[in-house]
Write a protein that binds this ligand. Sequence first.
Ligand code: NDP
Length: 490
Amino acid sequence: MSKTSEERSLLVLENYIGGKFVSCRSYIDSYDPSTGEVYCKVPDSGKEEVDAAVAAAKEAFPEWSACSPEQRAKILHKLADLIEANLEEFAQAESKDQGKTITAARTVDIPRAAYNFRFFSTSMLHHTTDCSPMDHMGCLNYTVRCPVGVAGLISPWNLPLYLLTWKIAPAIAAGNTVVAKPSEMTSVTAWMLCKLMQQAGVPPGVVNVVFGSGPRAGDALVSHPEVPLISFTGSTATAQRITERSAPYCKKLSLELGGKNPAIIFADADLDQCIETTVRSSFLNQGEVCLCTSRIYVERSIYSAFLERFVAAAKKWKTGVPSDPSSKNGALISKEHLEKVRSYIALAKSEGGIIHCGEGLDKLDLPQRNKSGYFMPTTVITGISDSSRVMQEEIFGPVTCISPFDTEDEAVARGNGVRYGLSATVWSKDVGKVHRVAQQLQAGLVWTNCWLVRDLNLPFGGMKNSGVGREGGKDSYHFFTEVKSITIKH
Ligand code: NDP
């Protein structure tokens, strides 16, 4: 059957297995979130494709794991160079696929993807292992660390290449081979990366990318008996499913999950800096960042002034066409997600919440071709009880809720009063107070008087339902290797 002109113009992705691009029997439609139109076909892989990818990764493992860390580092550096050389092409593709602004992709996502390879290629060269002499027993004990084998890597749609490379880079730098599955909604830059793998000289089978849906390709990967390790970033609900599916094989799991992150703002905070940063921390990337602030607790004496200034600043955070340099936010990932985010606004209204700006109040000025895109203006809500689903569940959109508090203890208790524990921010000039509050907050990351300052050497991950395990620097080295204790009797 001959193809229609529309089909001919679609981008068609292929799996990358054993160093070759391989087509698939069936495909999933992928949408441009800024127009709502299908523009790409993504392989709908299942067990057969995952089996082939795991076999290729297994075959490549002995040689890759036997390379010196320096040899591996050289290849990873080459990959970083190639991403940087193609930065603009990657940024345009990430924006079209995900809906984020080109500026965000150009300044955050793609540079960070390159940096992930640079950082882990060098950081892996500097780890040492332990040694403990037992002279009274005539023994010397020491530890060695070996790559685990085939790593299964599953990443979400919000920061597609950024989070995928955050996993691929440490996994292969440590000597593992990988089978990666990006989100079916944002697969394009992963496919582009595979072309660079070939150019950088990554040996066939070291990195395999299988595209498809979570329930088919993802499930086949997490339940594959020859994949001993899974690094997953995504929702808490999917993590629970992955934990169940991998349990019969006792896999090593690293789970980076959702958040419902509080900002606690005391009366002595530097309000100029605090408001500017908290607007960014609430709305960056359309609010589709696991670390975004979604509950803002403000000391009552400054509450009214804060609210007025915050709403004014939020209104200036422009939502518009992703290619427009003046847009701060682009489109949300999908129609379903837009509807889900909107449903929380409707819920807030039904519970007596006040919508200060955004959804239902502010009209977006979009060109005709973007009228069916998944855009939503930045929305600020007050008057919602802490027990409401709006304050308890991860909305993952450009929505934030503000509420007053009276005492430090109350702020900490309310900050901790959700099932999540990923990140938190604290704003005060009182150094004793910020230490005290940071110490008590149940969160894997606490920023005081700033947000999203990241040193990749530090552990990254969440407490409670926000995750299991930590990655970054030494923690990634530990996760992507197995430790062995050896005792020598002399
Ligand atoms: P999902 O959990 O829906 O999906 C994440 C990945 O898992 C996707 O590749 C998805 O595939 C795949 N998947 C879905 N079902 C299964 C399954 N049964 N078995 C194996 N894999 C599966 O999350 P989202 O993509 O919606 O991402 C948003 C979530 O990610 C938010 O909760 C956010 O907080 C969290 N996140 C956490 C971060 C952290 O570091 N803590 C960072 C960024 C995001 P597919 O999409 O193709 O179906």
